[in-house]
Design a protein around this ligand. Structure first.
Ligand code: KIV
Length: 266
């Protein structure tokens, strides 16, 4: 029987039943097909493509046209995975602009859900998108599009007041209608508290093993990035083929053996 498409309903059920959700990035049809065949639940067409595909130092230069193009390549072949498309830097500075650009990601790109970075300032935008039937994944903790404002890629939420703010933002975004949350580079105890507090699935990256699922940048876990972060693991070690490495990642997340203590922050 054909493997049915993962939907927002599937993801909520997985959270309720404690089944870990697997997510990886892909930016083209070839890799998207491999991820789909190996059972990855969500393919993120991330604006990380600015770094790993285009060779930029940050995600800031990525444009809306580029995101639409890469999302189209992925959605053309993904049969099982939910396709999540990133809204790039400055493409959602008002609810109207977010609606216009989400329409492009979904109609031209074929995305099933869109992702945007930001907490309280994005609550109105998320509410508008939800109102018009756009599934939204919010992104809290380290927000790479703000790297120049942050002064570098740093763990977020280490002190009491920022931890409380991230938790409050997660609740506000959920109440505004967000369907999922990516939590990047926050202490493992904070990630656990947020995951237990909200009812939407929480996908961690550098956020410990207690999230509802995990995401990595494909090039990091294949060991071909210029600088793989501490929270990633090279799943090619041991001489695996690329499909084997993707399967090993999928199995490790589902079984709760990735990430381990060396990949998270306290
Ligand atoms: O763009 C991306 O790949 C991302 C992940 C780091 C979550 O947003």
């Amino acid at each position: 029987m054909k493997n049915p498409r993962i939907t927002v309903t599937t993801l909520r059920k997985m959270k309720r039943e404690g089944e870990k959700i697997t997510m990886l990035t892909a930016y083209d049809a070839g890799f998207a097909r491999v991820l789909d065949q190996q059972g990855i639940d969500i393919i993120l067409v991330g604006d990380s493509l600015g770094m790993v595909i285009q060779g930029h130092e940050t995600t800031v230069p990525v444009t809306m046209d580029e995101m639409v193009y890469h999302t189209k390549l992925v959605s053309r072949v993904a049969q099982h995975a939910l396709v999540l498309g990133d809204l790039p830097f400055m493409s959602y500075t008002s609810p109207e602009m977010a609606l216009r650009n989400s329409t492009r990601l979904m109609q031209e790109g074929g995305a099933h859900m869109v992702k945007l970075e930001g907490g309280a300032p994005q609550v109105n935008t998320v509410a508008q998108l939800a109102h018009y039937g756009v599934p939204v994944c919010a992104h809290l903790g380290l927000q790479p599009q703000s790297v120049h404002k942050l002064g570098g890629y740093r763990v977020q939420g280490r002190d009491d007041s920022t931890a409380k703010q991230i938790l409050a933002d997660a609740i506000a975004l959920q109440n505004a209608g967000a369907d999922m949350l990516v939590l990047e580079c926050v202490p493992t105890t904070l990630a656990q508290e947020i995951t237990q507090t909200v009812t939407i699935p929480v996908i961690g990256i550098g956020a410990g093993v207690n999230c509802d699922g995990q995401v990595l940048v494909l090039h990091d876990m294949l060991g071909i990035s210029a600088h793989a972060p501490k929270f990633s693991r090279n799943f090619m070690v041991g001489g695996a083929t690329i499909p084997d490495a993707i399967k090993a990642y999928n199995d490790a997340v589902k079984q709760g053996t990735f990430p381990s203590a060396e990949h998270w922050f306290v």
